[in-house]
Design a binder for this molecule. Structure first.
Ligand code: GLU
Length: 428
């Protein structure tokens, strides 16, 4: 698969097919699970600030609701495609299954670039998105959440519009809401912290002291920020982070060998997670090319940006010192790169396990909304750590027992659970 023709849905299906074969899944179950249960494509007409009208394209894919309501984020991205949304919805099914929460997999998106939209225009897109899909989603059908370039404010606009349409209060309809508006403490940190809970467990298994390790990150959005934060709290040294620069339309790697500081960097970062280069240089960072993050002489790599970043072109430059990769993003590694990583014996914590902390906390958010009683941050983190640690060890135990790649072990657990739900329901 060359990077030009990269199609995330083909990749997700390729991964699924390989494991379905290993599990000896029957034909009907394969047919059922290799495509989304249903998907929606729709127009979102908006009046822009200049008075002109523009029509945006919106999507929602519900891959599977066999284990519970579909669950997954909504992305705003100029290069969004239905195949990306399909793949991401499929990965959500495996994600909720691997952490064993009673939810399925869904994903939504809008082709748009929030960099060029005012807040009012973004609000109109959020409200327009839910108006087109309100009949087909809801707390018991399909529950959206934030993803790339969407945040708690977007979720609240979507919830407000949904409640107006339905004439009810439905805080369990969407997750990732702001605190005090049905949001859960710890949701902001949850995905990044979840990544680090699994890294901590992996290093323990490998007999490596986290304090003696270094790491390089790709992306400086919500996931990466809190992964760096917890990694540093654990005593690890993050030395590089690659981040998108929208003015130059390319990424750069910010490196400081004495250690990068997430809070200090946040102070010079805009709300899209873009770091100010001049200010970074002033506080001792070197600015390197976008792909330099993957070449760093570190123990741990954390791709936490977008799909197709660790691929046939970039993976050969992974430094021989790297022992562990934890995928904060969805689908960052292509099957070709997986082969190389396997050959090198690098331990892989695959995306739908490593970054499942977000959806796990979303599930906690729903539970808290449903009982209308909210937990302390400590309670949330304790429950999150527990879920992530159990899920990590279930996958790693299987990988060790069968001597298989971690991604394959995670897939085996998830696909078996979802297939069993389909069988028990009598669908196939
Ligand atoms: N968008 C996040 C993910 O890919 C969170 C999904 C959710 O909380 O439902 O896992």
């Amino acid at each position: 698969m060359s990077t030009e023709s990269f199609n995330p849905f083909k990749m997700a299906q390729q991964q699924f097919d390989a494991i379905a074969e290993k599990l000896n899944l029957d034909e009907a179950t394969r047919d059922l699970l290799r495509n989304p249960d249903r998907e929606y494509h729709f127009n979102i007409p908006i009046r822009m600030d200049d008075g002109k009208y523009r029509v945006f394209r919106g999507y929602r894919s519900q891959h599977s609701d066999a284990r519970g309501p579909a669950k997954g984020g909504i992305r705003f991205h100029p290069h969004e495609t239905i195949d990306t949304v399909r793949a991401l919805s499929m990965w959500m099914t495996w994600k909720t299954a691997v952490v064993d929460i009673p939810l399925g997999g869904g994903k939504g998106g809008v082709i748009c670039d929030p960099h060029n939209l005012s807040l009012r225009e973004q609000e109109a897109i959020c409200r327009g998105w839910v108006r087109q899909i309100a009949r087909n989603i809801g707390p018991n059908q399909d529950v959206p959440a934030p993803d790339v370039m969407t945040n708690g404010q977007h979720m609240l606009w979507i919830m407000d519009e949904y409640e107006r349409i339905m004439g009810v209060k439905a805080p369990g309809f969407i997750t990732g809401k702001p605190l005090g508006m049905g949001g859960s403490l710890g949701r902001t940190e949850a995905t990044g912290y979840g990544v680090m809970f699994t890294v901590r467990e992996a290093l323990k298994e490998m007999g490596i002291d986290i304090k003696a390790t270094t790491a390089s990150f790709q992306g400086f959005g919500n996931v990466s920020q809190y992964a760096i934060d917890l990694y540093t709290q654990y005593g690890g040294k993050a030395v590089a982070v690659a981040c998108w620069d929208n003015k130059e339309k390319k990424a750069f790697t910010f490196r400081r060998l004495s250690g990068i500081d997430m809070h200090e960097l946040l102070g010079i970062t805009d709300h899209f997670g873009e770091i100010d280069q001049a200010k970074a240089v002033e506080i001792g960072y070197e600015i390197l090319p976008g792909n330099a993050w993957i070449e760093q002489e570190v123990d741990i790599l954390v791709p936490a940006a977008l799909e197709n970043q660790v691929n046939a072109i970039t993976a050969p430059s992974i430094h021989p010192k790297v022992k562990l990769i934890a995928e904060g993003a969805n689908g960052p590694t292509t099957p070709e790169a997986d082969n190389l990583i396997k050959e090198r014996g690098i331990w892989m914590i695959p995306d739908f396990l490593a970054n499942a902390g977000g959806v796990t906390c979303s599930y906690f958010e729903q539970v808290q909304c449903n009982m209308n009683y909210f937990w302390t941050k400590e309670e949330v983190f304790e429950k999150l750590d527990h879920k992530m640690t159990i899920a990590y060890h279930a996958v790693s135990d299987l990988a060790h027992k069968k001597n298989i790649y971690m991604r394959d072990a995670a897939y085996m657990i998830s696909i078996s659970r979802v297939a069993e739900a389909c069988h028990l329901r009598g669908w196939v």
